[in-house]
Design a protein around this ligand. Structure first.
Ligand code: UDX
Length: 442
């Protein structure tokens, strides 16, 4: 198929590249000239494992093209995907400005029957709005061209986006039109080698809702477990054991019940807020979602609070090594990362930070921790430890999983570890002479 993907952000770029990889001809469109120019030269604006090689391969094959001209692309395509950003508005709802701008542009230029696919994460009712905007533009032009607006939310995890797209758990398609559903089935069938049962066709509003509910459910599991962790600490239980104890119940399962420093990233915080807002707009107060957010806001400070409990309120003269800045491993993304909150709090109390992250130092320096003065970025995990009063592990990158504890102890001024991701065996560390603080175990 010939596809146009509007928006070359995270979702658009991964979607376009994976469709190209499956043999479609894809043009990714963006209004940002510089970005498009860079992409044509193989310069990728984000870090995502496997993406760069796949982009380069498909650019070479001429199956992946980049353009700033939506009008031209619409002339030859079978489907146009809207994959532009839906930033959080001031009131917590998703800002649809970019989505509706693209819809208007499509309406102004489409010249033949088209399937328009909402790939951006959008609140319930957006497909209807997109339809309305396109219809209005067509009417202004005096044109009567058939089109269908489909909701096809993405469920990509940063760091695993390529494999999530190439081997999806499920593909959700919201459309009430049989022919459109069939076309979507054709597009996605190469991604399902065994069975098409995982292609779930439903009405548009349910598809839109599914995306928010999936993320809100996962965020709820995490906040629930973080709350349990905090209670475990108070009652002298070990959340690591409790986690295994409950996960072994097949109705509960092991995934997404790891306590930590709170969820971050571009999706969970934004989507929980947006779902809460949608409910509110319909006169419903979503109590549970409120609590999920509250617990998460508090959890981001747990490691900082443990440091303060141990060293006191005045941290002048103290230096802390930080391992990990990104909101999770496998990405340079620092949006809503717990590290931001922890580092800001500790430096405000006078501490000095020596930070190391395999990928996110640039993001930290240029954006998220730009205003924090008392921070030194170093290029290896052991370098961060020199003369530090304690180590704070904030992102569970694989390279932190089994460090050389001997050299860790030699480098640190005092052998103290605050682990915001429960990566180590407390008993072992105790035997090695460390003071080890973790989440959910006294
Ligand atoms: C998430 C969804 O998983 C994905 O389906 C959706 O499309 C976008 O949002 P992502 O934000 O990339 O993906 O990260 P994910 O791996 O889901 O982790 C989200 C956050 O939850 C991270 O901050 C992570 O540290 C935290 N987390 C995850 C926990 O604290 N505990 C867990 O058990 C799992």
């Amino acid at each position: 198929m010939n596809l146009t993907i509007v928006g070359t952000g995270y979702v658009g770029l991964v979607t376009g590249t994976c469709f190209a990889e499956m043999g479609n001809t894809v043009t990714c469109v963006d209004i940002d000239n510089k970005k498009i120019e860079n992409l044509r030269q193989g310069i990728i604006p984000i870090y995502e494992p496997g993406l760069e090689a796949m982009v380069l391969r498909n650019v070479d094959n001429r199956t992946l093209l980049f353009s700033t001209q939506l009008k031209e692309c619409l002339e030859s395509c079978d489907m146009a995907f809207i994959a532009v950003g839906t930033p959080m508005g001031e009131d917590g709802s998703a800002d649809l400005k970019y989505v509706l701008d693209v819809a208007a542009e499509i309406g102004r230029h489409m010249s033949h029957p088209l399937i328009i696919v909402d790939k951006s994460t959008v609140p319930v009712g957006t497909a209807d709005k997109v339809k309305e905007v396109i219809q209005q533009e067509l009417e202004k032009r005096g044109k009567d061209i058939e089109f269908h607006v489909v909701s096809n939310p993405e469920f990509l995890k940063e760091g695993d986006a390529i494999s999530d797209f190439m081997k999806p758990d499920r593909v959700v398609v919201g459309t009430e039109d049989k022919e459109t559903a069939e076309k979507m089935r054709q597009l996605y069938s190469p991604f399902f080698r065994s069975s098409m049962d995982r292609m779930l066709v439903m009405d548009v509003r349910s598809a839109e809702m599914t995306k928010y509910v999936a993320n809100a459910m996962l965020a709820t599991k995490i906040s629930f477990m973080n709350e349990v962790a905090n209670i475990c600490e108070l009652v002298g239980a070990d959340v690591n054991k409790v986690r295994i104890g409950i996960g072994s119940d097949s109705r509960i399962g092991y995934s997404f019940i790891y306590p930590g420093s709170g969820y971050g990233g571009s999706c969970f915080p934004k989507d929980v807020k947006a779902l809460k807002k949608t409910a509110e707009l319909h006169g419903y107060s979503a109590q549970l979602l409120h609590a999920v957010e509250d617990v998460n806001d508090r959890q981001k400070f747990v490691v900082a609070n443990k440091v303060v409990n141990y060293f006191g309120e005045n941290l002048e003269g103290k230096t802390f090594a930080v391992w990990g800045l990104s909101f999770k491993p496998g990405t340079d993304d620092m949006r809503e990362a717990p590290s931001i909150y922890i580092i800001k709090k500790l430096t405000a109390l006078g501490a000095k930070i020596k930070a190391y992250d395999p990928k996110a130092i640039h993001e930290a320096k240029e954006f998220y921790l730009k205003d924090v003065g008392n921070i030194e970025y170093v290029s290896s995990k052991y370098e961060a430890l020199k003369d530090a009063d304690a180590l704070l592990l904030l992102t569970e990158w694989k390279e932190f999983r089994s460090p050389d504890f001997k050299s860790l102890k030699e480098n640190l001024k005092t052998p103290i570890i605050f682990d915001g991701r429960n990566q180590y065996d407390g008993e072992r560390l105790k035997n090695l002479g460390f003071t080890y603080h973790q989440i959910g175990k006294e």
